[in-house]
Ligand binder design. Structure first.
Ligand SMILES: [Ca+2]
Ligand SMILES: [Ca+2]
Ligand SMILES: [Ca+2]
Ligand SMILES: [Ca+2]
Length: 525
């Protein structure tokens, strides 16, 4: 639940921009990242308050967009002012800062002979989602900006094409590649001529890189007490003197005994014999850190296919499947999968089999947050700092099988309803049920309400608890856009997640409800 909490908090400033960056529902057909500004020039902006690292800033964000034909270009210029009204210059210093203002540059879509996009990706999917499942490189946006990219080609020769993706064009750590084609196109066999096969690969080349290590001593800045000094990393008493050269590691004013402090032993080896009547400190328990000098990568491979079974103006039915294997770990299959479009409905039904040591959609929406996380273990009176990767959770994930269903209805005048349900079974798994639902309403001109949406989920639970909708597996979020004038809207977002702090099985408001709210004014020129 902690991970989810962090995620919601970092996402909040972002949701000030109402369009395109909401929570996704699994199975949702791929969203082109809300960067679909059609022809012409547009400009929107937000004034609001933003809390980052405990400091509150006033924020002015401008987002100009240009689109003509297949080409689109958007900037995201944010000006942050501190509580005294001074502009924070940190993000305007070197040339990379200026490239970071590019929200996206795009050409074409995945169906075109050539397509490319540089910038933010809020929902990257590969194949049928067993490797990349709505992966986002904007999780920590805007405090951390990733300029990602993809480039793809579709040829006319048996539909052969490829796509490559990177989360960040400087680091190129989380990367993907896909090769696909219609191998039986020239056979003209019914159904099989339209069989599409894809080979996919997803890699995180360095799972530890979520945490920068400025001095390259292998100790991430997050727990390096001397992040710019390659020789030192620990300072237990925070007096600015590294443990390695501190006569009083625990800072209690008593010189440490040479037997427990190597620095004392080296420099004053016989001090306890010279001063037999002086007491030296024996209660010294310095912390320790785990050092990461080498990259740790993880690779996932998959093959997928898709066959259109029925294609006509009112009804579409596709059959698909995917097999994926995590290098050195388990595998998973979606088979059979069906997807259908009929009138205002879009539906999906999948059966899934996941072996031991497999996590479907390894690179999912929260991956940037979960690829590694700081872990603090207490051993006796010592603390041990280390990083725990998502890979480490693979060892303990056990086999399961079940099904997944998705249904959305697009009611033009009213809005959109989406619902998804997953039910997984396994001998070592009893929290396989998940439910996601969202409703969004289009403009109701009468009361100047432009948009209103609410989404709710209960995930990885024993059973969906309708009697207690506020429970520790649930999350709720909503947004409202209210029109002030023809070029200004008020945007409000609200979210709730729940923790069962006292472990009585119930969520008591208000102490166990973590809610956040934000307001802003969006304007257009
Ligand atoms: Ca370091
Ligand atoms: Ca250091
Ligand atoms: Ca010290
Ligand atoms: Ca001491």
């Amino acid at each position: 639940m902690n991970k989810c909490c962090i995620f919601l908090l970092v996402l909040l400033p972002l949701t000030l921009f109402a369009q395109g960056l909401q929570n996704t529902i699994p199975g949702d057909p791929e969203i082109d990242d809300g960067t679909g500004y059609s022809d012409g020039f547009g400009m929107s902006g937000v004034i609001g308050a933003l809390t980052m690292d405990g400091e509150t800033y006033s924020q002015l964000r401008l987002r100009p967009e240009i689109g003509f034909g297949k080409f689109g270009f958007g900037l995201d210029i944010d000006l942050l002012f501190d509580s005294d009204g001074n502009l924070i210059k940190e993000n305007w210093e070197d040339w990379q800062d200026y490239i970071d203002k590019i929200f996206y540059i795009r050409y074409g879509t995945r169906e075109d002979p050539f397509y490319a996009k540089v910038g933010s990706f809020s929902s990257y999917v590969l194949g049928h989602g067993l490797i990349f499942d709505h992966y986002s490189n904007v999780l920590r946006y805007p405090s951390e900006k990733n300029v990602g990219a993809y480039v793809g080609i579709n040829t006319f020769f048996s539909g052969i094409g490829f796509e490559v993706f990177t989360h960040n064009i400087y680091k190129n750590e989380i990367i993907a590649a896909r090769l696909h084609g219609n191998p039986l196109y020239y056979t003209k066999l019914p159904y099989l001529e339209n069989l599409k096969i894809g080979f996919n690969m997803g890699i995180d080349r360095n799972q530890y890189d979520k945490y920068p290590d400025s001095d390259k001593d292998g100790v991430p800045d997050v727990y390096d007490a001397f992040p710019d000094d390659i020789d030192y990393c620990l300072d237990n008493d925070l007096d600015g003197i590294p443990d390695q050269v501190d006569f009083d590691i625990n800072g209690n004013g008593i010189i440490d005994h040479p037997s427990v402090n190597p620095w004392v032993a080296e420099n004053l080896p016989d001090i306890n014999e010279i001063y037999p009547n002086t007491e030296f400190d024996m209660d010294v328990y310095p912390d320790s850190v785990t050092i990461y000098k080498h990259r740790q990568d993880i690779k996932v491979f998959s093959v997928d296919y898709n066959i259109p079974l029925i294609e006509n103006a009112i009804f579409n039915l596709d059959h698909y499947g995917e097999y994926a294997k995590i290098d050195k770990y388990g595998s998973g299959i979606i088979f059979p999968g069906f997807s259908s479009k009929f009138s205002i409905f879009h539906a999906k039904l999948e059966f899934c089999y996941f072996a031991d040591q497999f996590i479907p959609g390894y690179f999912d929406r929260l991956y940037d947050e979960q690829r590694s996380e700081v872990r603090i273990d207490r051993i006796g009176s010592r603390y041990v700092y280390s990083l725990e990767t998502k890979e480490q959770f693979l060892k303990s994930s056990s086999a399961s099988m079940g099904w997944f269903a998705y249904l959305s209805a697009d009611i033009l005048k009213f809005g959109t309803i989406k619902i998804a349900y997953q039910d997984m079974y396994g001998s070592h798994m009893n929290t396989g049920k998940s439910l996601w639902a969202s409703v969004s309403a289009n403009s109701l001109d009468v009361i100047r309400l432009k948009e209103a949406g609410i989404s709710y989920s209960q995930t990885h639970t024993r059973y969906i608890d309708f009697l207690h909708p506020r429970n520790s597996n649930a999350a709720l979020s909503g947004n409202v856009v209210y029109s002030l004038s023809s070029n200004a809207d008020i945007i409000g977002t609200y979210s709730e997640i729940y923790t069962d702090t006292n472990r009585d099985g119930k969520v008591q408001a208000p102490t166990e409800v973590i809610s956040s709210m934000s307001f802003g004014v969006e304007f257009r020129f």
